[in-house]
Design a protein around this ligand. Structure first.
Ligand SMILES: Cc1ncc(COP(=O)(O)O)c(C=O)c1O
Length: 438
């Protein structure tokens, strides 16, 4: 009798049908989902059971940063499974010991202590708990254009429409506007945005605010790279009022922006830092919240510091170092910037292109005069759907959301592969160009 859980003879359609029948897909009306069946992966590619190849231009969920199928990580996981698959969180073991020490080395400033979780949401959830406990205050400030996870606390922090269905959420969360106001209104200066944040702090009562959590470069809500001075200014405001600064680096961390962590671009040291995704490049689930040395902690998880997760993270970090992937993200990031600028120059429907390292987005518009987005806030349109369909037909996988699509390949991508992906994008944009009226 075979012990295989997955029958390798299933067709893509059979897999999709069964997945849809018995499992739930995220953030969707289940009748509308149309998942791609995936059977194997390598490097920047994945394949369907029928052998159709896709360029993974979103690193799955902006998370497989080192690329797919790296033998060094796979072997580390296998070896860990054979020697110590699990130890409870009250024990001490080598992968936990080594990973804590390694993270203390690569995280900003004097952050040197880590609580390990199963993923990003539990990292932000525990960061709130730590901030409240440490300050004795209860309010948490967060931004509207943000996503911090789907558990009770982290979805309350989340500013984007995914929060709406979970409301009223946990008490004490105060949302503030970002320096970016959408493709029609654009950006305001760091000074204006900081003044609004300070006014909000004063109106809320700074002595009631435990922390300000922010994605240091906003991910799903638009690859928003704050103007210089913004993060430094947030740091200063937090210091002025005794508020802790929580950097959510779940998506922006681990080389994605061309530095270990996005805050490193501005040399800002947060009080707490949340990570997941690139920590293991998603080979196994693991998140963490990093802090300065902490004396008491009231929180726990059965899988805190899971040996296999820690071993996968250590091996992943070794790959970033051995293959100089952060340097490659910077180098290929410069190429991607140029390719993005070419799209902006060539296509009427391209309203804005933003990127930092290999963290990028293209915003589409239907009017060059008004910058009306190609799809409304929190909505879609015929043209965006057609563009998504085109990418899929052409074997380019990426996230198409509202009036945007993302350019977030694994950090091991080379120039020729990057150009191949942008050639597909270039052709696809002829679809949306046709919708530009003026
Ligand atoms: C910035 C940020 N924070 C938190 C999370 C939540 O992480 P997870 O899905 O692992 O719970 C995400 C997930 O996309 C994220 O992008």
């Amino acid at each position: 009798m075979t012990t295989a859980i997955i029958n390798p003879t299933m067709t893509g359609k059979e897999i999709v049908d069964l997945c849809k029948k018995h499992t739930l897909y995220e953030w969707s009306a289940q009748s509308k989902v149309d998942p791609i069946p995936v059977a194997r992966t390598k490097g920047i590619y994945f394949w369907t059971p029928e052998g159709k190849r896709f360029i993974d231009f979103n690193s799955q969920l902006m998370s497989v940063n080192i690329g797919h199928g790296d033998e060094r990580v796979i072997n580390a996981i296998k070896e860990q499974a054979e020697t110590l698959a699990y130890a409870n969180p009250f024990m001490a073991h080598e992968p936990r010991a080594r990973l804590g020490a390694k993270l203390a080395e690569i995280t900003p400033g004097d952050i040197d202590t880590f609580f390990f979780t199963n993923g990003g949401a539990e990292a932000t959830e525990n960061a709130i708990k730590l901030a409240r406990f440490f300050t004795g205050r209860h309010k948490i400030m967060a931004r509207y254009r943000s996503y911090h996870g789907a558990t009770a606390g982290s979805i309350s922090l989340t500013g984007d429409p995914r929060r709406w269905a979970a409301e009223p959420g946990i008490p004490g969360v105060v949302h503030v506007l970002d320096p970016y106001h959408g493709i029609e209104r654009g950006w305001e200066s760091a000074e204006t945005s900081l003044a609004m944040i300070e006014e909000t702090m004063q109106l809320e009562g700074p002595h009631t605010i435990a922390a300000f959590i922010l994605e240091t470069v906003v991910g799903t809500n638009g690859i928003l790279i704050a103007p210089d001075g913004y993060l430094e200014g947030v740091r200063k405001l937090c210091d002025k009022y005794g508020i802790l600064m929580i950097a959510d680096e779940v998506m922006a961390g681990f080389g994605r922006t061309g530095e270990w962590f996005a805050v490193d671009h501005w040399k800002v040291v947060p009080d707490l830092i949340c990570m997941a995704k690139g920590l293991t490049s998603s080979y196994l689930p693991l998140g963490a919240v990093g802090m300065r040395h902490h004396k008491v902690f009231y929180g726990g998880l059965t899988y805190n510091s899971h040996p296999m997760g820690c071993a996968a993270a250590l091996a992943t970090i070794r790959v970033y170092e051995e293959d100089h992937l952060i340097e490659n993200a910077r180098k290929m990031g410069a190429v991607m910037k140029q390719l993005g600028a070419d799209l902006l120059a060539r296509h009427a429907s391209v309203g804005a292109v933003r990127s930092i390292g290999l963290f990028g987005i293209v915003e589409l518009i239907r009017s060059r005069k008004t910058h009306q987005p190609m799809a409304p806030f929190n909505g879609t349109s015929e043209e965006m759907t057609a563009l998504g369909r085109y990418f899929r037909e052409q074997g380019l996988y990426t996230l198409v959301r509202w009036n945007t699509f993302f350019t977030n390949p694994p950090l091991c991508i080379n120039e020729q592969q990057l150009r191949e992906a942008f050639a597909i994008i270039d052709m696809g944009l002829e679809i949306t160009d046709k919708a530009v009226a003026d």
